[in-house]
Design a protein around this ligand. Sequence first.
Ligand code: GLY
Length: 572
Amino acid sequence: MQKIIASLFAAILLMACNNSRQSSSSSIVINPYNYTVVKKVVAENGAVVSAHPLASKVGVEILKAGGNAVDAAIATQLALAVVYPNAGNLGGGGFFVARLANGEQVSIDYREKAPGKAHRDMYIDADGTPRTDKSQDGHLAGGVPGTVFGLFTSCKYTKLPFAKLIQPAIDLAEKGFVITKREASSLNNLQKDLKKYNTIMPVFVKDKWNEGDTLVQTDLANTLKRIKDKGAAGFYEGETARLIVEEMKRGGGIISYEDLKNYNAKPREPHSFMYKGYKIIGMPMPSSGGLLVHQMMKMIENKNIGAMGFHSTAAVQLMTEAARRAYADRAEYMGDADFYKVPVQQISSDVYLQERMKNYDPAKATPSTEIKPRILTGKESEETTHLSVIDKEGNAVSVTTTLNNSYGSRTVIGGAGFFLNDEMDDFSIKPGVPNMYGAIGGEANAIMPGKRMLSSMTPTIVLKDNKPYIVVGTPGGTTIPTQVFQTLVNILEFNMSAEDAVYKPKFHHQWLPDTLHLERGFPTSTKDALIKMGYATRERGAIGRTEIIRVLPNGKFEAVADNRGDDGAEGF
Ligand code: GLY
């Protein structure tokens, strides 16, 4: 019975993407062997920003072919699954936030789920030792992938047939594309792990990758073709499901046919709030991002931060203290609201947030032990990817999608050509034990079969005068909400251009570890002043890769791709 329902659902999902959609017969042609990286465009008709120039080009070609921002977002995600295997994916999950031209606000949760055989202590040895090696790499680290279901769920809002949206990705996988220096280096660094965590050596294994090499992914092209022909069932059932389950058997993973058939993405009510007349629309649980940004912005709203000045000691300190308090709440209260009662209203209420800031002292750091006493250390590692899209009809789409770590579990599904996520590490595998981002949690984010792990992904849309004004998001693990927060404050309070708001050095605090991370290039005078106030600082490399579109007063779209990576902006 369940099988019949699942097949019916997949068929309905496919129909939703094809139903009486008109499309020009011309196919989208992208030159994958010779392309330029464009960092900023000002466009009149539509724009796409993503982690890879080829994926952004695919999105814009879809807009030119008559698609809307949702069509473009789907095609861009599929292209990213080919040209940006670090984080673009079929084997992961993500969040979709949209503000449609008709005023509708949409969010779709296609976060991975814990497999049916998962249990609370699955990463704890008999002697109590937490095994983050198993939650972070290899077959057992994988949650049930959600991306394909999410794409078909968002098809409800598209104009073009799905076949048209997926074809550029098939072409890119089949014919290959030329890799950049950064991609070559990242694949070279991956070789040891690929050999360790794969049962069948994938196409990514090579003695040495060089800038200019062509990466052809035939297995992935075939998986994409099955999705094109059969819809969501081309992934969650049949040959692809068989390849996933066989891979699990060979490598000791636990994702089953039942898990795949039973997976569903969920449309959810977006998490929205007002900030000084702007409406900020974000993702609800299981994203902590929408709520964290809400908390942080409301904690600073009445402090006149604009007058303090960008990167001033006072402004950075205030934002850090807001982040410290919000992230303490993340660890305690946030998780999948389908499984745990998250007190969203209470911890985002003005009364609560003003109370939370009562012990804020503008003259010195508040030790995190005074906010919530726990002790841990943490390390950094973060990969996820974001795309922002806007069209001239007034549709805006903000999508963040992830495999968790760069290349996820490092396991490629044999014969299917895509990386499996390592999203199980985003659960709290044991209370107080940090995940790969140094984040801790407890009951709210404990593992349960079918539950979605807490996420930091923060796809966000800001409305001004009830029209899309900013479309923004970034990868970066637990640094995501603080970066979105800073980018918004940079524009809304410090009146910065989108370019400056993204490119200027960022900072990050997440309560525990009690460390203020400062991106290389952060002003030394502010850093020294913060140290004197009691902050333990740590300099680090790039914080995230923010992709932003801002609507200018003349109605044009200012689209900016982060300069911390190969990211590209396209528009027309
Ligand atoms: N895996 C990163 C996140 O969802 O926060």
